[in-house]
Design a protein around this ligand. Structure first.
Ligand code: HEC
Length: 114
């Protein structure tokens, strides 16, 4: 049972890495928000919403933090991704569509720890 799970997890990571490097453009019809996150956000915010050293150095917060999740609205998250913060986080309004930015909100929410 355990080995099977481990195999599945390893496979998922390898498949994810392959998708990441293949550079196939994401079609407008089906937005893969997790992939968008891994491509654009992970460098600072980490795979699981826990900031990387680079993110921490710039002042990124812990997305798992329930109190941050509770006080942050979806609008705030969309605004942050769209406009960024000067010298901390680049704006994504030129890189991502409005739909893609909205699709990232549930990804951010999924990092919440109870
Ligand atoms: C270059 C590093 C970097 C990248 C890449 C980056 N961010 Fe950020 N992000 C930051 C920093 C630093 C902050 C804190 C900004 C501040 O305090 O104003 C932040 C803040 C945030 C916040 C919190 C805003 C708040 O009100 O607390 C959200 C949500 C967010 N980023 C989402 C994203 C998403 C989604 C992506 C990918 C599309 C992304 N970030 C890419 C560095 C980054």
């Amino acid at each position: 049972m355990f080995n099977k799970g481990l195999f599945a997890a390893t496979f998922a990571v390898v498949a994810g890495a392959t998708a990441y490097f293949s550079g196939i453009p994401v079609s407008m019809a089906e937005i893969d928000a997790n992939k968008l996150y891994m491509n654009h956000c992970k460098t600072c915010h980490g795979e699981d919403g826990h900031p990387t050293d680079l993110g921490l150095g710039l002042g990124a917060r812990e997305f798992a933090d329930p109190s941050w999740q509770a006080k942050t609205t979806d609008e705030r998250i969309i605004d942050q991704i769209t406009n960024g913060t000067p010298e901390k986080m680049m704006p994504f309004k030129e890189k991502l569509t409005t739909e893609e930015i909205k699709a990232l909100v549930p990804v951010i929410r999924s990092f919440r720890k109870k």
